[in-house]
Design a binder for this molecule. Structure first.
Ligand SMILES: Cc1ncc(COP(=O)(O)O)c(C=O)c1O
Length: 388
C-alpha cells in the first residue's frame, strides 16, 4: 500500500486534512519553521545529535518486552513497547529533544508549551533545562489539579507553569492559551506536544516520534522472525500512535488499531472520542475532525485521562481513518481503569491511564485470538496512582 503518509509531507496535507490556518502574524513564522525543519532535521549532523541524545540522555532504544502473564490472561502474544521507561516517563521526550535541537539552531530564547497530563510539560521543561532556555508551560486548571505530581516536576525543572481557568481547564484551553501567547510573542519557540495544530507540527512531531515504530519493528523481527499481526496505541492528539504506526503503514498484513478516550461512553456528552464522533472543521490551526455541540461549534471533551481529554485530532489520523488503514476504537474510563489494574497486577508495570486505554482495547480485540501484538505503553502511571 502506498499512502501519502509514507512520503515526507512537505505541504502539510494528508489527503484533504491538515494545512496551516493561523493569523497572518504566524503565517510566515510557520512557513520558515517548516522550511527550516525540512532543511535541517534530515541532515547527518542533526540526526547524529538527535540519536546521540536519545541514546545517552533518554535511554533509547526502549525495550520491547514480552508480557508473558498478560499474554496468558488475554490469550494472545502481547509485547509492550516500553516508552514508560524513557527519561521523564513517557514518549513525549522523543519529540521535545527533536524540537529543542531545532529551537537551539534557531537561536530561541524562550520555549512555550501546552500540556494536558503534564508529561509533555515535564518533557519540555526537561529539554529546556538541558539547553539552558527559559520555559513557560500552559496547563488547564482542571489538569493542574488532577496531575499535580507533574506540576511539581515542571517547577522543579525551572519552568513557569501558567494555570488556565478558561473553558473546562483542560488541554484544549491550554493549546488556545499557548497559541494566543505565541501570537503575541512570535519570537518565542512554540514546542507543540502532539501531532496536531498547524503545519509543520503534525509532520515534525510524527517524524521525531517515528523512532518508536522503527525500533519496535526491528525488535519484533528479532524476537519473532516476522512482523506482528497487530499493533495498538492510545490516542489523544495522536503522537505516540503515529510514532508507532508510521513504520508499519506500508505493511499491509499488519493491522493497526488506536484507542481513544470514550470517557463515560459514546452515547453521552462526557466523551473525547473525536475519531468516532467528530466532524470535519478547522480547529486550532488545522483542517481535521473535532467534537462539536448541537450548533456544529467545537466543544469540550471529557476523559479520565488528561492526555486523551482533547476534542481535536491530528490530521494524519483523520486521513488514516478515511482511507481505512487504521481502526479507531473508543475505550471507556471504566475499561481503562480495569486495564490499569490488570497490567499492574499481571506484569508489575503501572501504566499511565492514557496507555491503559491501549491495553484495554488489546484485551478486548485479541481475547483468545492467538495473535501477535505490540502495544505501545506510552507512559508510566506514577502521576495517576493517587487518583485511581
Ligand atoms: C502517557 C501519555 N500517553 C498518551 C498521551 C496522548 O498524547 P498523544 O496522543 O499525543 O500520544 C499522553 C498525553 O499527555 C500521555 O501523557
Amino acid at each position: 500500500m502506498t499512502t501519502q503518509t509514507q512520503q515526507q509531507n512537505k505541504n502539510g496535507y494528508f489527503g484533504e486534512f491538515g494545512g496551516a490556518f493561523v493569523p497572518p502574524v504566524l503565517e510566515n513564522k510557520l512557513k520558515d519553521l517548516a522550511n527550516f525543519f525540512f532543511k535541517t532535521a534530515f541532515t547527518e549532523e542533526f540526526e547524529k545529535e538527535f540519536i546521540h541524545l536519545l541514546k545517552t540522555y533518554v535511554g533509547r532504544p526502549s525495550p520491547l518486552y514480552y508480557a508473558k502473564r498478560l499474554s496468558e490472561h488475554i490469550g494472545s502474544k502481547i509485547y509492550l513497547k516500553r516508552e514508560d521507561l524513557n527519561h521523564t516517563g513517557a514518549h513525549k521526550i522523543n519529540n521535545t529533544i527533536g524540537q529543542i535541537l531545532l529551537a537551539k539552531r534557531l537561536g530561541a530564547t524562550q520555549i512555550l508549551a501546552e500540556t494536558g497530563a503534564g508529561q509533555h510539560g515535564v518533557a519540555t521543561a526537561t529539554a529546556a533545562a538541558l539547553f539552558g532556555i527559559k520555559c513557560k508551560v500552559f496547563m488547564g486548571a482542571e489538569d493542574v489539579e488532577r496531575q499535580k505530581l507533574n506540576v511539581n516536576r515542571m517547577e522543579l525543572l525551572g519552568a513557569e507553569v501558567v494555570s488556565i481557568d478558561a473553558g473546562q481547564g483542560t488541554l484544549k484551553d491550554a493549546v488556545d492559551a499557548a497559541l494566543g501567547y505565541y501570537i503575541e510573542h512570535p519570537d518565542a519557540y512554540y514546542l507543540l506536544g502532539s501531532a496536531v495544530g498547524p503545519h509543520p507540527y503534525p509532520t515534525m512531531v510524527a517524524h521525531f516520534q517515528s523512532i518508536i515504530g522503527k525500533e519496535a519493528r526491528k525488535q519484533f523481527l528479532e524476537a519473532e522472525g516476522k512482523l506482528p499481526d497487530s499493533i495498538v496505541a492510545c490516542i489523544g492528539g495522536g503522537s505516540n500512535a503515529i510514532g508507532l504506526f508510521k513504520e508499519f503503514i506500508p505493511d499491509e498484513n499488519v493491522k493497526i488499531y488506536a484507542a481513544e478516550g470514550a470517557g463515560e461512553g459514546l452515547d453521552t456528552k462526557r466523551t473525547a472520542a473525536t475519531l468516532n464522533l467528530g466532524k470535519r472543521m478547522i480547529f486550532q490551526g488545522s483542517d481535521s475532525l473535532c467534537l462539536t455541540d448541537e450548533d456544529g461549534n467545537p466543544t469540550g471533551s471529557y476523559s479520565i485521562a488528561a492526555g486523551l481529554d482533547y476534542p481535536g485530532i491530528g490530521p494524519e489520523h483523520a486521513y488514516l481513518k478515511e482511507i481505512k488503514r487504521v481502526e479507531y476504537h473508543a475505550i471507556t474510563d471504566r475499561e481503562a481503569v480495569n486495564a490499569f489494574k490488570l497490567i499492574s497486577e499481571k506484569e508489575g508495570i503501572i501504566p499511565a491511564i492514557e496507555s491503559s486505554h491501549a491495553v484495554a482495547l488489546a484485551a478486548k480485540l485479541f481475547k483468545n485470538k492467538s495473535e501477535t501484538v505490540i502495544i505501545n505503553l506510552s507512559g508510566r502511571g506514577d502521576k495517576d496512582v493517587e487518583r485511581l
